[in-house]
Write a protein that binds this ligand. Structure first.
Ligand code: ADE
Ligand code: ZN
Length: 326
């Protein structure tokens, strides 16, 4: 079997996916028409052409503007359903999906609008495709900690549907330490903890995420190689890194996929996984990320199988379910 067939056919879990980052230009266009929202683009092609970024912030500006077309429960259902249908095509059998409540509550669209839409699509995907999915509620780190506390409290009616709490948005200047108290509270409520760290930010942000937020996983974390002691800790504790290769390329974290350090991290004994982050903005869903790595790096069938096994090992699935996949 060719490597691309193995990539397509092997069961996989996805652990780092922002649902708002799976909004296709076609759906953005359709919803803008439905709600009479004026977009700064004249066609779907123009939306696609705008997706050239020089750093994380230049992407986030378009990503938050794009999410402005999501208005009613049906929109959130459709967004989630389109992503889960894509998972079915790609043999993603389990997915842990981040959502940014503040991107919506700041526009007066509440949990009672987006949560029922998300949950209905997740139930349908379980029924029709057998896909299991968990939700990760992410706080926007460019906003104050008080806003994260408010969001945590607004989410209360939906706690049983949320597995983990995360931290995303503009990394530089917003270290994990800014959110130490709200993550302590989230942990005490029983949530798993993840945080973006070491994407654009330095290795010290990864240390903070581990020591101050007590994370179960690090999102990205590719800058960990700058610190030998940190590498040793990640190896020893097997703290997973959810790495997103096409995202790193599109956001200029690397200049060329040949420079990606994922194989080095794997060879150094770290628990790394492959993920798509914001697939419709970065030019590829999960299998495209595997293919991009395989085309540029020294990756054989064993490496692909290890990365797929790591995706289950690093998930929040119950231990017995994890074991059935690795
Ligand atoms: N929100 C959506 N995608 C993100 C990323 N790659 N980094 C930080 N915040 C994000
Ligand atoms: Zn991300």
């Amino acid at each position: 079997m060719s490597l691309s067939s193995i990539i397509n056919n092997i069961p996989k879990a996805e652990l780092h996916l922002h649902i708002e980052g799976s909004l296709t230009p076609e759906l953005m266009w359709r919803l803008a028409k439905k709600h009479s929202v004026t977009l700064p683009y004249a066609s779907v092609k123009e939306i696609e052409a705008a997706y050239n970024f020089e750093d994380l912030q230049s992407f986030l500006d378009l990503y938050y503007a794009g999410a402005g077309v999501l208005r009613d429960e049906e929109d959130f259902f459709t967004l989630m359903w389109e992503y889960l249908s894509r998972c079915h095509k790609e043999n993603i059998v389990h997915t842990e999906i981040m959502f940014d409540p503040q991107t919506h509550t700041e526009r007066d669209i509440g949990f009672d609008v987006f949560m029922p839409g998300f949950l209905r699509a997740m139930d349908k995907a379980k029924q029709e495709y057998g896909i299991s999915s968990y939700l990760i509620m992410s706080f926007l780190r460019h906003l104050p900690e008080s806003a994260a506390f408010e969001t945590l409290s607004e989410a209360e009616p939906y706690y049983k549907h949320i597995t983990a709490v995360g931290l995303d948005s503009s990394e530089l200047g917003h270290p994990p330490s800014k959110f130490e108290r709200v993550f302590k509270k989230a942990k005490s409520l029983g949530f798993k903890i993840v945080a973006h760290a070491g994407e654009e930010g330095p290795a010290s942000y990864i240390w903070e995420a581990i020591e101050l937020l007590d994370v179960d996983r690090i999102d990205h974390g590719v800058r960990c190689q700058e610190d030998k002691a940190l590498m040793a800790l990640l190896r020893e504790r097997q703290i997973p890194l959810t790495v997103c290769p096409l995202s790193n390329l599109k956001l200029c974290v690397i200049d060329d996929m040949k420079q990606h350090n994922i194989v080095e991290l794997l060879n150094e004994g770290l628990l790394v996984t492959v993920n798509s982050d914001d697939p419709t903005y970065f030019g590829g869903f999960l299998n495209d990320n595997f293919v991009a790595l395989q085309e540029s790096l020294d990756i054989d069938e064993d490496t692909i199988r290890t990365l797929a096994a790591n995706s289950f090992k690093s998930s929040f699935l119950p231990e017995d379910v994890k074991r059935s996949f690795v």
